[in-house]
Design a protein around this ligand. Structure first.
Ligand code: WT7
Length: 657
């Protein structure tokens, strides 16, 4: 039951979930860790907070190459923030040339595995040569500083090469996840005035070939600004080529020179834009810059993943998302890490593909998303038990809250009970991880992203902008600038101001709710818009969902509010079950289970069984659409980011009981 009878008028959120389990890092892990104790963490945290100028200047000077030194560290005027002004650097240089200069050119940069099983390894020296050649190709097509390049490609090394070639010459990449429609590509291309398109003939997905180029052709009919299109041969399928506009990647690369010095770029030069809608609204082009972003990606990678040169690090995200930008390309590569990159689906040819990859490549660090973990739970432990996962030493998660029971499963089944889990909270907008355990220092609590990283100063406020006390949920804001923060929304300054800087002036509004527990640990409580208000009690979706997921027959679920005459809102839960059949008896059992776990207040009024939940293409549950269905409305609003349209129709058709 809710132990905080928060005043319903302040907009605080009741905390009903109680998680008592604590997992301290093992002595073995701590001994070898980059940051080995909480006192080391605290020293760093305090240094960053008390003297950010010195803290970041030292890091920037040690870890980055400067063509021209910066003369100021950080300046803020409301939403206008500048880091390392006056300086010039280059991300592609920091990710490639720097390692060759340090004698690490032979180290593997990318170990790539295609879905059909083909494999390639590129050393830093080889990657550097490819990037330089492709940068010269871009220049030949008249791409230079400030031009926007739209990238719509499968997860091949060439995707990373294209990104690094852009940043090498100051072109701005806009990577669009290769599952989006022609319409979505055209919208993004037009919004960004993209000058060049890069794509491939096709894409392998679950053994089938998807025709990417046809989709791009449809998009380019409507993308007025795009002059040329480069096409990588990947799937060897026939694809239409338009004379003069379309060029084969391999033909352009054929005579290209591997000599292309990196262009010195202003610290605040735009490095890339990345379109995100979160799970609401029209996509917006989040704008990141050069020096601050690069440092943030690099440092957070070291801190959070306890990275060592021997590690084989695998982030399962796609480069179409910020996770792929910051933790496949720019963060790991700025450090000279060896990154595994996988092209395909987790269940092709069989549901054990990931574990097969981990075993064969002796992956040491695995970073994935709750949506994937929930799928593994549903597919069954037998696929995991077939493989030796003992090379793993650290696990990470990102993208949504992870329900405590899912966390425990991840810890036991994948981590064999002895890998720390870093639950990393951040956003496309933040550029890199903001809150996370440091695996050698922090005792973890399942479901909590624990503490802010050095340089991150969070504040949680209620609707009257008063900071809330322990265990009272409120809006999560960031009070001080950090190097990796977004600098704007492409072409829409007004939306940038309104969305992030107006609610609590001077502070960045994350759009998430959170609470701090008695130990100073942070718990993300979901999006502000998703709060359910039952009889004046504001409940967070994740708490209701976590209670449901702790029932052995629940694989995943989503809780939303629907209008209710007396209570304001009633709780509707959409549940996907495992190892059993849907029945009224199970429905009653689940209600009883929630009552026992968190109290009468949170017992769902409606429980609907469904095979699948509507998700964004990055795997996040779209509660906004479920709210419409629960209220008996047609699911409205922007659905362009929805992964599988048939899911909505199926759920709407299911009889409500
Ligand atoms: C939103 C940002 C961060 C890269 C991928 C997603 C949710 C993300 C967590 C976490 C609870 C999380 C938040 C956030 N989120 N990580 N560890 N615990 N919630 O980037 O698409 O910009 O989404 O994802 O709601 O605001 P994104």
């Amino acid at each position: 039951m809710s132990d905080q009878n928060a005043d319903p008028n302040t907009g605080q959120i009741d905390n009903v979930l109680h998680e008592e389990r604590l997992f301290p890092p093992s002595a073995d892990f701590s001994q070898q860790a980059n940051i080995a104790s909480m006192s080391d963490y605290q020293t760093l945290y305090d240094a960053a907070k008390n003297d950010p100028d010195k803290f970041w200047a030292d890091i920037a000077n040690q870890e980055m190459h400067w063509f021209k030194p910066f003369d100021r560290v950080v300046e803020q005027n409301g939403k206008d923030v500048h880091w390392f002004a006056g300086g010039q650097t280059n991300m592609s240089f920091n990710c490639l040339d720097a390692h060759i200069a340090a004698g690490n050119g032979d180290r593997a940069a990318i170990i790539w595995e295609g879905e059909p099983g083909d494999q390639r390894t590129l050393s830093y020296a080889q990657l550097h040569a490819e990037v330089c050649k492709f940068a010269n190709v871009l220049k030949k097509l008249d791409i230079g500083v400030g031009d926007v390049v739209s990238i719509y490609m499968p997860m091949t090394p060439e995707l990373a090469i294209a990104m690094l070639a852009c940043t090498r010459i100051g072109a701005i990449h806009s990577v669009i996840f290769a599952g989006f429609s022609a319409e979505a590509i055209a919208d993004r291309n037009n919004d960004a005035s993209a000058k060049l398109q890069i794509t491939s003939d096709g894409l392998f997905r679950r053994g089938k070939t998807l025709p990417l180029k046809e989709t791009v052709d449809a998009a380019l009919e409507k993308s007025r600004s795009v002059e040329n299109c480069i096409v990588l041969k990947r799937a060897q399928n026939d694809c239409p080529m338009t004379d003069r506009r379309d060029h084969w990647w391999h033909e352009l690369m054929d005579g290209a020179s591997p000599d292309c010095p990196a262009t010195p770029l202003d610290s605040e030069a735009t490095s890339f834009i990345l379109y995100t809608s979160g799970s609401t609204g029209k996509p917006k082009g989040i704008r990141h810059t050069t020096a601050g972003y690069n440092i943030w990606a690099k440092k957070t990678f070291q801190w959070v993943f306890d990275w060592k040169p021997e590690d084989v690090y695998w982030c399962t995200a796609d480069c179409g998302w910020i996770t792929g930008h910051s933790y496949i390309v720019y963060g790991p590569m700025a450090n000279g890490a060896t990154c595994l990159m996988y092209e395909g689906a987790p269940n092709h040819p069989a549901p054990d593909r990931f574990w097969d990859i981990v075993e064969r490549h002796k992956v040491t660090i695995l970073y994935t998303a709750p949506t994937a973990i929930r799928a593994f739970v549903k597919w069954g432990d037998q696929h995991i038990e077939k493989h030796d996962l003992s090379s793993l030493r650290l696990l990470g998660t990102v993208g949504e809250g992870i329900n405590p029971e899912t966390w425990i499963w991840y810890h036991e089944k994948i981590g064999g009970g002895n890998c720390p889990i870093v639950d990393t909270w951040w956003q496309t907008e933040t550029g890199g991880i903001m809150m996370s355990p440091l695996p050698g220092a922090t005792s973890t609590k399942p479901g909590s992203c624990t503490k802010p990283l050095p340089g991150v100063v969070p504040v949680i406020v209620d609707e009257s902008l008063t900071p809330v006390g322990p265990n009272q949920g409120g809006m999560l804001c960031i009070a001080k600038p950090w190097p990796g923060m977004l600098r704007g929304i492409w072409g829409d300054d007004q939306r940038f101001t309104e969305q992030y800087w107006s609610t609590y002036p001077g502070n960045y509004l994350t759009g998430d709710n959170a609470r701090i527990d008695n130990d100073g640990y942070y718990w993300i409580m979901g999006r502000i818009d998703d709060v359910i208000n039952v009889s004046g009690h504001r409940l967070s979706t994740i708490e209701v969902e976590s209670a449901m997921v702790s029932h052995p027959n629940v694989a995943e679920c989503a809780a939303v509010g629907r209008p209710h005459e007396l209570k304001g809102q009633a709780i509707a839960v959409f549940v996907s079950i495992k190892d059993t059949e849907a029945s009224d008896q199970l429905r009653d059992e689940l209600k009883l289970h929630v009552r026992k776990e968190i109290g009468a207040l949170a017992v769902p009024d409606d429980i609907r069984f469904t095979e699948a939940l509507p998700k964004t293409r990055s795997g996040k549950i779209m509660r906004r659409l479920l709210r419409d269905i629960a209220a008996g409305r047609e699911a409205a609003g922007d659905v362009s980011t929805l992964e599988d349209f048939s899911v909505l129709a199926k759920i709407s058709a299911d009889d409500e009981s």
